[in-house]
Design a protein. Structure first.
Length: 253
């Protein structure tokens, strides 16, 4: 199973984290996120320790802090949602600089920001240290339904193809003097979206026929079988196990 060239998020450096099998990293990140979500929101210090754990992983993986923070900007829409909570959630209120804020809303906003930020950071680290093809092999190794793995594989493989098609259509529109300046141009954009859908559907039909003619019967052959030793599993488990200890302390203290 292949997934084409490496994606832009992957940082091709040599580190112990890069060398781990993909299914070990997937399991570690999934368990870490579960532990973070289970951490009580009032244990602010626990989230600081979770962030320190991720910072340690980033240092071992040789992922620059600036790169990590820049890629975490994808979280901005969720930050905007969290900022509204102190203003809309009912309950006891306090005044900050003369502005009334809901105390439950502040806790809810902190809960969303802290857990969401840690989850995004863990995902970014996973994408920065694991190639897409390896991620697919890892998902298959973790016994994810084969159909879902195939769908993800095709999405990754042909995502760039569709993006290039969109870019060519955009160049064609601009070469004919088209500029999307207002509502009047929405009709042209809608027509372009429809044409793109038809082209993508037709390409999918041709790809499917080509696969069937080469013996495709509903499952993709596995070219490489990824395995992991006990030491690698232990190394990968260090992050979620340490985070679990922090979570349990957060509930008991």
């Amino acid at each position: 199973m292949g997934a084409g060239h490496a994606h832009r998020l992957y940082l091709g450096v040599h580190s112990p984290v890069h060398a781990l099998p993909p299914h070990c990293k997937l399991a570690a990140v999934f368990c870490f996120v579960l532990v973070v979500v289970s951490t009580p929101r009032t244990a602010v210090w626990a989230f600081a320790l979770h962030a320190a754990l991720l910072a340690g992983v980033a240092a071992v993986a040789r992922v620059p802090a600036a790169t990590l923070l820049r890629r975490m900007l994808i979280e901005v829409p969720f930050v905007a949602f969290a900022v509204l909570m102190p203003f809309v959630v009912p309950g006891e209120q306090i005044r900050v600089a003369g502005v009334p804020l809901s105390v439950p809303g502040l806790w809810d906003a902190w809960n969303v920001l802290a857990k969401g930020t840690l989850g995004v950071a863990a995902s970014v680290l996973l994408a920065s240290t694991t190639e897409l093809r390896a991620l697919l092999l890892g998902l298959q190794r973790l016994r994810l339904p084969p159909l879902l793995v195939q769908i993800a594989s095709f999405m990754i493989r042909y995502g760039d193809v569709i993006t290039d098609e969109m870019r060519r259509m955009s160049v064609a529109r601009r070469s004919r003097g088209f500029e999307a300046r207002g509502v009047r141009q929405w009709g042209v954009l809608a027509t372009s979206a429809g044409a793109l859908f038809i082209r993508a559907y037709e390409r999918g039909e041709r790809v499917h026929l080509a696969m069937v003619s080469r013996g495709y019967a509903g499952s993709m052959p596995v070219i490489d079988e990824v395995t992991a030793s006990r030491a690698q599993w232990t190394y990968a488990a260090a992050l979620p196990v340490t985070a679990l200890a922090v979570c349990l302390l957060g509930w008991t203290l």
